[in-house]
Ligand binder design. Structure first.
Ligand code: AN7
Length: 350
């Protein structure tokens, strides 16, 4: 079957208005990559599959929801879109807006957006505005301005973002024949966990594919859903999920509860360790994307879950190329030698 993107494949299952005009970059259809070696490292006896969402057109899962949100906005006659972003939403909105011929404005927290995301937003031609504040401040601003002026909001408060992102759950069920036993993923503004739960739920109603238990993982310094209150100054190395006031927090908690799962926090050190483990499997993800598995590792270590014989899907939401600085900043410099064979032999074999 030729693949034409999320709306082409799953549009009939999504609640989108009739006037929607498909704008696609052939997003979705991402692989489920087995990671047996990582299971050994975690000391478990279960099946682990990585849903590598970094392989979407702009390098993150955001493209699934953005194709839907931009397609609806275009159909409605919008001329401009706006979002607040920790980076990936900005790059995705910029790309889909460019493709649709719309203006895109993105608000980002100053100095806290990874290089690959900022570069993406600029490359796709968005107007990038830095806020002397957090993502949460920026989100409050875009909500207000989109109510006052004719500019369409494409953050995941926009219901069509959630619709589009349900496609990831559909794909997993279509590939595996049923839902996995567990799904783990990072949680920031909580749009993705909301979408997965809605997607698995809808597919189960339709096809009896069952429901997974969901483990949502926040970064310790930005864990409002674990603490039970907003975090005024969220801080974490996983800048994508540096969010203190998740817009869909209630729904995230509901997804965890209804699925008999949980929302927990992982430390920056645990997140970076998991990023390394994944890279050792050949899968380079940005720090936030390792959070889901970092949380799972913790649950296994403390004996809180028994995964024996179970099938786990870990959602890795964004590509490592998005945040090269996190690697370059902590690495030892590569050796430099003269262009002579002896010099190479010297460092390799002596
Ligand atoms: C790689 O781009 O919020 O819980 O503005 O980029 O649905 O917010 C990004 C979030 C996980 C969390 N992994 O997803 C933004 C933004 C990566 C991300 C999340 C984000 P949500």
């Amino acid at each position: 079957m030729k693949y034409h993107g999320v709306l082409h494949r799953y549009g009939h299952l999504l609640d989108l208005p009739n006037y929607t005009q498909p704008i696609s970059l052939l997003e979705g259809d991402t692989p489920l990559i087995p990671a047996a070696r990582l299971v050994e490292q975690l000391g478990g006896a279960f099946e682990l599959l990585i849903k590598f969402e970094g392989l979407n057109p702009t390098g993150s899962f955001k493209d699934r929801g953005m194709t839907a949100a931009i397609s609806e906005a275009v159909g409605r006659g919008a001329k401009a879109v706006i979002c607040a972003s920790t980076g990936n939403t900005a790059a995705s909105a910029a790309a889909y807006a460019a493709r649709a011929g719309l203006k895109a404005v993105v608000l980002i927290p100053q100095g806290k957006v990874a290089a690959g995301k900022l570069a993406g937003a600029i490359a796709y031609g968005a107007q990038v505005v830095q806020i002397e504040g957090s993502f949460d401040d920026a989100l409050a601003m875009v909500v207000e301005i989109s109510e006052k002026h004719p500019i369409a909001l494409v953050n995941s408060i926009n219901p069509y973002r959630i619709e589009g992102q349900k496609s990831a759950a559909f794909e997993i069920c279509d590939t595996l024949g049923k839902a996995p036993d567990w799904l783990c993923l990072p949680v920031g503004n909580a749009g993705n966990i909301t979408s997965y739960w809605a997607g698995f739920w809808a597919y189960d109603e339709l096809k009896g594919t069952g429901l997974p238990q969901i483990l949502g993982v926040q970064a310790e310094g930005a864990a409002p859903l674990v603490l039970g209150h907003a975090v005024e100054k969220p801080e974490t190395v996983a800048t994508a999920i540096r969010i203190g006031r998740p817009a869909r927090g209630e729904q995230a908690l509901q997804a965890a509860e209804e699925s008999q799962g949980q929302i927990i926090a992982a430390s920056d050190a645990e997140i970076l360790q998991m990023q390394k483990y994944l890279a050792q499997c050949g899968i380079w993800v940005e720090p936030a994307s390792a959070a889901g598995l970092a949380g799972l590792a913790k649950e296994i270590k403390t004996g809180k879950v028994n995964l024996k014989g179970k099938r786990v899907v870990a959602v890795c939401t964004g590509h490592g190329l998005k945040d090269p600085e996190i690697i370059i900043g902590s690495m030892s410099k590569p050796e430099t030698i003269s262009p002579k064979l002896e010099a190479l032999e010297e460092i390799l074999f002596s």
